[in-house]
Design a protein around this ligand. Structure first.
Ligand code: ADP
Ligand code: MG
Length: 355
């Protein structure tokens, strides 16, 4: 396995890119450490597939360098990069047996037949497909075929990295869960360098130790699930992670306090010198509804099992709160923000407070 270094990577699909808008990847600098398990999380169209294809060599970046263990591989072929890639939809040979589908990438690289046999059998057992070895792929369902695709990615233990591009999209929800935990176990056992692309936060947060969040052609934050949740560096991260996402409210800052309409919110640790309009980010989990605080009117209550999602209007803005199942919401509720849950943003990027 290898350490993968993306050095000032930019990519434009069209000719003659002029503005940053013309780039699918605008400026990516990141190191995937050898043996790390990463999730690459972001909305559709943010550049995840483009980035994976640049790593595997299906695509050559318009600018920047790609290094494997410090060696520049920017201009090498897919074959030379030696990366296993599992795509969103199954890529298998319909006329071959399940066994031969897995054996193919190994035989292709001249692996001795005894080793091919051992690896294929091990991998089939790992993904619970041992009984299917002799079946032809043609008659299988989409999610069975996708398991074979996963198998084809996992069978090659000599690769520099394994890249997964939303591989569980066609898999049914229960199987998704099973396969994800199997991938995690494989990572622990073999120390693969794994990059797992998804637009699903639950999938990212359960798979990876490190989540790399992409937005609009850039990496906006890298962190553990807890870091992303508690200290979103960009309002997009706050909004995208958590369900419902973070509230973002425009506030006027003056003398270490935030003013939202007629309301004043204390900001422990906020720089006293900061003034002007900023964005205050607060998660629904840190919004309290009770008898003291700022007057609000409630517009909607959704009971979603262990808690309720309450939408309220504060100074003409919608604020979402999460309220425990047993918590009483008074008839004329007031709202408070837990100080530890407050983040401040200028042009969508978090500004460090002193608290
Ligand atoms: P994601 O995988 O995160 O959904 P992609 O990497 O597929 O995003 O796409 C990033 C951006 O590049 C999108 O705006 C998409 O429309 C554009 N794009 C992707 N593939 C091509 C292509 N072959 N030609 C032109 N534009 C493309
Ligand atoms: Mg994609």
């Amino acid at each position: 396995m290898a350490r993968i270094d993306l050095d000032h990577i930019r990519h434009a699909y069209g000719p003659n890119p002029k503005s940053p808008r013309d780039y699918a990847l605008r400026e990516v600098n990141h190191i995937f450490e050898d043996g790390g398990a990463y999730a690459l999380l972001g909305p559709s169209g943010c550049g995840k597939t483009t980035l994976l294809n640049i790593i595997s060599g299906l695509l050559h970046a318009s600018h920047g360098r790609l290094l494997f263990d410090g060696r520049d591989v920017s201009h090498t072929s897919t074959q030379q990069r030696n990366i296993a890639q599992v795509f969103q939809f199954p890529v298998i040979y319909d006329t071959m047996t399940v066994y031969d589908n897995l054996a193919f990438p190994l035989r292709n690289r001249g692996v001795p037949e005894a080793e091919v046999d051992r690896k294929v059998r091990d991998t089939l057992a790992m993904i619970d497909l041992a009984d299917w070895a002799k079946r032809r792929a043609r008659g299988l369902t989409a999610d069975q075929k996708q398991k074979i695709s996963l198998g084809r990615g996992l069978v090659r233990s000599d690769v520099n990295a394994i890249l997964f591009d939303e591989p569980l999209t066609v898999i049914d929800p229960h199987m998704k869960w099973v396969l994800r935990s199997q991938l995690k176990q494989l990572h622990r056992r073999f120390g693969y360098t794994m990059v797992y692309v998804t637009h699903d936060q639950t999938e990212a947060l359960t798979f990876a130790e490190t989540v790399v969040v992409m937005y609009d052609g850039e990496i906006v934050q890298i962190g553990t699930p807890a870091e992303l949740f508690e200290r979103p560096k960009h309002t997009f991260v706050g909004y995208f992670i958590g369900s419902p996402g973070m509230n973002v409210l425009p506030v006027e800052i003056d003398g270490g306090r935030a003013r939202l309409g007629a309301q004043t919110i204390a900001l422990p640790g906020a720089p006293k010198s900061t003034t002007g309009t900023l964005e205050l980010g607060i998660r629904p989990e840190h919004v309290r509804l009770g008898r003291d605080g700022m007057p609000v009117s409630i517009t909607k209550v959704e009971d979603i099992g262990r808690h309720k999602v309450v939408r309220a209007t504060l100074e003409g803005r919608e604020v979402v709160a999460i309220v425990g199942e047993d918590e009483e919401v008074p008839a004329e509720p007031k709202m408070r923000f837990e100080p530890r849950g407050i983040n401040l943003y200028a042009d969508s990027w978090r500004i460090e407070t002193e608290a």
